[in-house]
Design a protein around this ligand. Structure first.
Ligand SMILES: [Cu+2]
Length: 108
């Protein structure tokens, strides 16, 4: 009966190193543009630790507001960001223009 050839230890270390390099756990910044009273994209998915950046191209202020939750004020012609700390699925809106709606799903 034959036995499997032993894999040299060095190969295992190289394989391990490649795995670490190939799959970095890295926070991302996800951009949401606000233009003419519309969040774009309207629906986004992210992970805990990621940052959402809202870029307001309009000449007036908006907010990203979650009822009973967080609120981010986005000044005119400026941007504002929020780093996600909780896994949740929420609908948000602008408190000044309630027809402006967005959805955010945050994965753990
Ligand atoms: Cu608004």
């Amino acid at each position: 009966m034959r036995t499997a050839l032993p894999v040299p230890k060095r190969c295992l270390w190289i394989a391990l190193a490649l795995t670490i390099v190939a799959a970095p756990v890295q926070a991302e910044t996800i951009e949401v543009t606000i233009d003419k009273l519309v969040f774009s994209p309207a629906s986004i998915e992210a992970k805990v630790g990621d940052t959402i950046e809202w870029v307001n191209k309009d000449a007036f202020a908006h907010t990203a507001t979650v009822k009973g939750g967080w609120e981010v004020m986005i000044p005119p012609k400026a941007s504002a960001s929020l780093t996600l700390k909780t896994a949740e699925a929420v609908d948000y809106f602008c408190r000044f223009h309630p027809n402006m709606k967005g959805r955010l799903v945050v994965w753990p």
